[in-house]
Design a protein around this ligand. Structure first.
Ligand code: NAI
Length: 307
């Protein structure tokens, strides 16, 4: 879709930075790879090259890497599967062997096995969890060591409105995508003191994964809209941590978790009838906060109890 490395100058720079993009052989990841290379990054284009359901393999990663190189960018291909510990380790080793370091990881690889819950095969659960959620652990655990040593890193995880808000027929996919937000919540806390910032993207883009799903506006959802935001999040200029940015068709917004002060039953345990009676107050979103960690909820509870 009109990807170009080109000559681009701007405030967001990845000059000299090494970025791993998983699932960069197609769709959104491919757009990420071009956008990053356009800002000077040395890109490790990782892709197993399978079909949408994860089956098979092709030369997608090598195609993207050589196109970037032909346009004057810096890129190498990796065909390691992120779904295994060994694949993740080999991918990070490749980045270090080729370019000497790892500055940013964009974990974007993904597969789909849409089926309603009652009809899922065992493999529809494990294969999806292994690529999306397992993949994040398999790549980030070896990459983390390098980022901690160099006291710098940027991590971009790819979540989904399916995981955060729900989509019919996507139980394993949604659970994996929500799991990535749990991972972000912890890594953003653990990484901050090492100069590592961790954020997530919730994209909408016209790719083979969304074929036939975006209706009349499909051609407005160019993956490059998402790639611009990913490039920013992967850059030194990004100072955000623990944000979920929702991106598609040129709109960029934020998805967040809120916690309400809720209802206080008093020091004695409430009865189920008390809970029933207070359900309106319990459900109310009034005065909610957007916590920066679990500690913020503890502080809120202390405030409610002290009031
Ligand atoms: P896509 O199918 O075009 O790209 C996904 C890539 O991941 C493929 O090239 C595939 O070969 C690769 N991949 C799959 N398993 C792999 C493995 N084990 N190791 C390495 N690479 C592997 O799909 P698209 O749309 O570009 O999706 C990119 C990411 O964005 C995915 O994580 C997807 O779940 C997510 N997403 C996409 C949305 C959209 O609107 N297209 C909506 C919400 C989330």
């Amino acid at each position: 879709m009109g990807d170009q490395v080109g000559e681009q100058v701007g405030r967001v720079s990845l000059d000299g930075r090494v970025v791993i993009v998983t699932g960069a052989g197609n769709g959104i990841g491919r757009a990420h790879a071009f956008a990053l290379a356009g800002r000077g990054a040395q890109v490790v284009v990782n892709d197993l090259g399978g079909a949408v359901d994860g089956s098979g393999a092709s030369g997608a990663a090598e195609r993207v890497a050589s196109e970037i190189r032909e346009q004057g960018g810096l890129a190498v291909a990796s065909t390691d599967s992120v779904a295994t510990v060994e694949g993740g380790a080999a991918l990070v080793r490749k980045a270090v062997d080729e370019f000497g370091r790892v500055d940013s990881v964009i974990h974007n690889a993904g597969i789909l096995r849409d089926r309603t819950f009652g009809k899922m095969a065992d493999d529809d659960v494990t294969a999806v969890l292994d690529v999306h959620l397992g993949g994040a652990f398999n790549v980030l655990r070896p990459a983390w060591k390098h980022m901690v040593d160099q006291k710098y890193g940027r991590v971009v995880l790819t979540t989904s409105s399916s995981g955060l808000l729900g989509t019919f027929g996507q139980a394993s996919y949604a659970a994996a995508k929500a799991g990535l937000v749990g991972l972000m919540n912890v890594l953003s806390l653990e990484g901050a003191r090492h100069g590592i910032l961790v954020n997530a993207l919730s994209p909408t883009a016209a790719t083979r994964m969304t074929e036939g799903l975006l209706g009349d506006l499909a051609d407005r959802f160019d993956p490059r809209h998402v790639a611009a935001v990913a490039t920013y999040l992967a850059s030194e200029q990004c100072e955000l941590n623990r944000h979920i940015l929702t991106v598609g068709g040129g709109r960029v917004g934020r998805i967040f978790l809120g916690v309400t002060p809720g209802w206080y039953s008093g020091p004695e345990p409430a009865s189920p009838d008390d809970v029933l009676g207070a359900i309106g107050e319990i459900r109310s979103l009034d005065d909610h906060i957007v916590p920066r960690s679990g500690e913020d909820e503890v502080a809120l509870i202390q405030k409610v109890l002290g009031a």
